[in-house]
Design a protein around this ligand. Structure first.
Ligand code: ADP
Length: 327
């Protein structure tokens, strides 16, 4: 019979996302409440390999729920791709008697955790922390709501100057593989065009509609582009438009890393708190190697190896809404 877990570790790994601190806090406080000893692992899998592991108490996570970033820091770790690296990581957990690990990160971090838990006697529980909202089996990932709200606030500001000068603006938001930030922020700011990796970009359609606007002397147009959009991002769209509309004033604004930072929204804090609470619950119920997701407002346990990037899940209905509302 497996020995009951009495000590757990928590780490944040891969891309940072606002709300990770709220998740750490929930894991630590729920863990302590149930009598676990809780350890924080610094800089993701790197700290696990380099033995940067510190005990956490309830005070260590005081006053962090509202803070962006992660108090445990995060990193990408090359050594963890190798068996030898993962072996070192396991030995560091083993010598402290840590039997459970909460991994707050994206699909890459979950791939690492899958291998780790298959090779060694360690139960890994994942919490989806990524601004991209693209993990299979969950309607929410921590950080998405904050990132979208940051994008909306910035785009609203750009729109003011765009309207004042009668300009065309191409705004690039984050999303290398997923268009959720572009879709949500674009709809919420009344963008005329939203370009995402999940859809083929019909640049000639955009050009035709802009030429039509030009004829009506109404050259105001907001285009929101995901960085991984199929056409090649804001710079490529800009090049294509400038060539066909030489007289128009066409500007680019790349929002970049501001979308990752800042104080998490109420929704992100709430989701992170819930997911952290249920992650610890998994150890109590002896559930192993799963990711805590939320679907239809209910907790959904996703097998770790199935918590991969959700591809192409933006429906045609969404694109229809974009088109109708922008007309
Ligand atoms: P994210 O979790 O945000 O998707 P990454 O894809 O960069 O971020 O993954 C974070 C870390 O997880 C990597 O730097 C690496 O240490 C570990 N990792 C990712 N994929 C694997 C894998 N296939 N095998 C082992 N470790 C992995």
């Amino acid at each position: 019979m497996a020995i009951k877990i009495s000590k757990i570790g928590v780490l944040t790994s891969g891309g940072d996302a606002p709300g990770m601190n709220a998740a750490i806090r929930a894991v630590v406080r729920t863990g302590l409440y149930h009598g676990f000893e809780v350890f924080g692992i610094m800089r993701g899998y790197q700290g696990l390999i380099e033995d940067e592991i510190v005990p956490l108490d309830t005070k260590s996570v005081a006053n962090i729920i509202q803070r962006g970033g992660t108090i445990l820091k995060t990193a990408r770790c090359q050594e963890f791709y190798e068996f030898e690296g993962r072996k070192k990581a396991f030995e560091n957990l083993q010598k402290r008697g840590i039997g459970g690990l909460v991994v707050i990160g994206g699909d890459g971090s979950f791939s690492g955790a899958t291998k780790f838990s298959q090779e060694f006697d360690i139960s890994c529980i994942g919490i989806a922390g990524t601004i991209d909202r693209d993990i299979q089996g969950t309607d929410y990932t921590i950080g998405f709501d904050t990132a979208v709200n940051t994008a909306v606030e910035a785009i609203d500001k750009v729109r003011d100057t765009m309207e004042a000068h009668d300009r065309i603006f191409i705004i690039e938001v984050m999303g290398r593989d997923a268009g959720y930030i572009a879709l949500h922020s674009g709809i919420a700011t009344g963008a005329e065009n939203i370009l995402i990796p999940e859809r083929k970009t019909n640049i000639s359609d955009i050009i035709t509609s802009l030429q039509e606007k030009d004829r009506r002397k109404k050259m105001v147009n907001l285009i929101v582009v995901a960085e991984g959009d199929e056409f090649g991002g804001a710079e490529e769209v800009h090049k294509a438009l400038v060539e066909k509309l030489p007289k128009a004033e066409i500007r680019i604004c790349i929002l970049g890393h501001i979308q990752r930072g800042g104080s998490p929204t109420c929704l992100d804090r709430l989701m992170a708190s819930r997911m952290g609470y249920y992650a610890v619950q998994c150890f109590l119920e002896e559930k192993k190697n799963i990711v805590v997701g939320i679907q239809n407002d209910k907790i959904n346990y996703i097998p770790l190896e199935k918590a991969v990037k959700a591809k192409g899940s933006i429906s045609d209905e969404w694109m229809k809404i974009v088109k109708i509302l922008a007309s």
